[in-house]
Design a protein around this ligand. Sequence first.
Ligand SMILES: C[S@@+](CC[C@H](N)C(=O)[O-])C[C@H]1O[C@@H](n2cnc3c(N)ncnc32)[C@H](O)[C@@H]1O
Length: 189
Amino acid sequence: MLPLRPLLSDLARLPLEARLRSVRQRLRAQAIDGPALEVGCGTGLLRAALGARPWTGVDVDGPSLELASGRSRPGDRVLAADATDLPFDDASFPLVITHGLLHHLDDAEAAAALAEMARVCSGRLVVMDLVRDEAPLLRRALYAADAGRHIRFASALHALCAPVMQVESQELFRSGVNRKILLAGAPRR
Ligand SMILES: C[S@@+](CC[C@H](N)C(=O)[O-])C[C@H]1O[C@@H](n2cnc3c(N)ncnc32)[C@H](O)[C@@H]1O
């Protein structure tokens, strides 16, 4: 059967987010060499931005993973796993990225997921998510329609990341109609 729900969600997201151009650009700029793990990879829309390196995508949603498998390349892995309990050894990926996951998790889950990402990361952690602001009406309506119930202010996202990573870059940016934050740096040991 066609994975209709994630297909429809991508169809809605891509125009609203200007085809994720600004997210992909930032990902390319922040990426260091070596294999990458994407936590909450969804349908694998960001896979291509990571180029020739091996990519591992994990998510909890089976239909999304089906689509992500279709976007994967030889040598990639796509598997079902919860962000709060990653099935990988310590320091096993130079690059760990997550985009659009944290607002699906409450504070305790988000802290646990970030701790897991830091544990499995040996180099650079890149965290991107929606940010809450005193939003104009359209964005507030879109945020209300989002499946994620925990869209946070930038300061709250920084406070969640700071215990597990040395935040070296922080940037607020637009992704189509959405406002996002990028936090990147080395995991704390
Ligand atoms: C907005 S999508 C982002 C997907 C992808 N990173 C992208 O940028 O296109 C958020 C994803 O997080 C996944 N997710 C939610 N809770 C999760 C959890 N506890 N562990 C792993 N993935 C989770 C959802 O299934 C969904 O695919």
